[in-house]
Design a protein around this ligand. Structure first.
Ligand code: ARG
Length: 461
């Protein structure tokens, strides 16, 4: 029997009961729901709205329910209860009678669900932040273990200039550090308490909203009751943070897919993070990198879905809002799994420095430095650019590299070239010369590495 049976003469239709239920999704909120109810009951008693004995019976009953759900002894049926709020309240009343029936005084499921969801969003954002840190640690460990390894840096996926592998890994650490901040911002956005807004307008009982907000660890009660029950911005913020981080992971994983191909051979994934083929015995596929790359699509879909749900919704609560939780939970779960998987994959991959070095020798990666050589001798950079372009064309025609050219070949293009031009053709020297802040020289990358590690201090992996 539904909680609103007083107004109704017919029971629920089996189809609409199932269609309208959110229990399969929101049963995950039972810890938050029980915490919210205990805080509400204690406040009701402190304000003299219900008897202290009733509040005690409620708290004790809810603790028992919490233990039984956690152990699996208590499960709920969607044909009995539409959502976790009604399921727990009905069970409480079964267990403690009238005291349980007093719990919903001055409260609505509208402020209740908003409170539960905010507590959930805060918790999940914190858990994602921890998983984000673990992935950054894996990237940093690979950067340190392969600090001096050089690979071709790319623009347009064409060889551009040599860079340190550690620098490349740290670029992803930077992205993930920003993702961490976005998750923290989402946690802050959720950190305000709707409880006491009731259905939409507040209540006639002398509730202490500041007390419940504080008891639940919220920063403050939400100042407008209509907004309190209908705002889901905090979930958009959480899913947005998840979406951006998934996009970053899709870029990392795209590189892992490329790098583990025969064409690159820059890395070898461990068997644990690879799969074989049911038909081709030789295959070793980077399935998990591909899967992470693919999962970014669904998380962005979760963001768009909730944005569309919220579009044009009138104040205050509308049942449309029940659609908020599934996507938010999916986004958080998916990102968490992707973080864990990516961390394991990165930690266990082998970096093939020789393959990177072989590729770095191709594609005239020294060309910019040769042009800079001329420019530093006073030639306008545009002129230098043209001269080196011509040298590259000569190499193309001869099928050789810049380092195969003789000093006479260089001098034929400009008499500013001297024998020290060979220093500009040496890859470690090219890398080492880029000492600007944030550049790829080992000394600059060491600064970056130290800062990236310092950001993780205090998370204790
Ligand atoms: N199951 C609902 C949800 O997830 C709880 C709030 C329902 N309130 C209502 N008046 N129907 O949004």
């Amino acid at each position: 029997m539904a909680l609103w049976s007083g107004r109704f003469t017919e029971g629920a239709d089996a189809f609409t009961q199932r269609f309208g239920a959110s229990l399969p999704v929101d049963q995950r909120l039972y810890v938050e729901d029980i915490a919210g109810s205990i805080a509400h009951a204690n406040m009701l008693a402190a304000q003299g709205i219900i008897a202290t004995a009733d509040a005690e019976a409620i708290a004790e009953g809810l603790q028992g329910i919490l233990a039984d759900i956690t152990s699996g002894a208590l499960t709920f049926d969607v044909m009995e209860s539409e959502d976790i709020h009604m399921a727990i309240e009905a069970e409480l009343t079964r267990r403690v009678g009238d005291a349980g029936a007093r719990l919903h005084t001055g409260r609505s499921r509208n402020d209740q669900v908003a409170t539960d969801t905010r507590l959930y969003a805060k918790r999940r954002a914190g858990e994602l932040m921890a998983a984000n840190v673990a992935l950054r640690e894996a990237l940093i460990a690979q950067a340190e273990a392969n600090f001096d390894v050089i690979l071709p840096g790319y623009t347009h996926l064409q060889h551009a200039q040599p860079v340190l592998f550690s620098h490349h890994m740290l670029a992803y650490v930077q992205m993930l550090a920003r993702d961490y901040d976005r998750l923290a911002a989402a946690r802050n956005a959720a950190d305000a308490c709707p409880l006491g807004a009731a259905a939409l307008a507040g209540t006639t009982y002398p509730l202490d909203r500041f007390a419940t907000a504080e008891a639940l660890g919220f920063d403050h009660p939400i100042p407008n009751s209509l907004d309190a029950v209908s705002d889901r911005d905090f979930l958009l913020d959480l899913i947005y943070a998840c979406s951006v981080s998934c996009l970053h992971l899709s870029r990392l994983c795209e590189e892992i897919v490329l790098w583990s191909s025969a064409e690159f051979g820059f890395i070898t994934l461990s068997d644990a993070y690879s799969t074989g083929s049911s038909i081709m015995p030789q295959k070793k596929n980077p399935d998990f990198a591909e899967l992470i790359r693919g999962k970014s699509g669904r998380v962005v879909g979760d963001l768009v879905a909730l944005m569309m749900t919220l579009k044009s919704l009138p104040l205050a609560y509308n049942k449309d809002l029940q659609e908020d939780k599934e996507g938010a939970m999916d986004a958080a779960d998916t990102l968490e799994d992707c973080y864990v998987c990516a961390a394991g994959m990165i930690a266990t991959m082998t970096v093939n420095a020789d393959a990177m070095a072989t590729q770095a020798k191709k594609g005239y990666l020294a060309a910019t430095d040769v042009a800079d050589y001329l420019a530093k001798k006073g030639l306008p950079f545009r002129r230098a650019h043209e001269i080196v372009g011509h040298l590259v064309l000569t190499c193309e025609q001869r099928g050789c590299d810049l380092e195969d050219l003789t000093l006479d070949d260089f001098k034929a293009e400009s008499d500013l070239f001297e024998s020290d031009i060979v220093e500009c053709l040496n890859l470690p020297a090219i890398v080492a010369a880029r000492t600007t802040f944030g550049g790829t020289a080992p000394e600059a990358v060491r600064v970056q590495l130290a800062a990236a590690k310092a950001q993780l201090v205090g998370f204790g992996a």
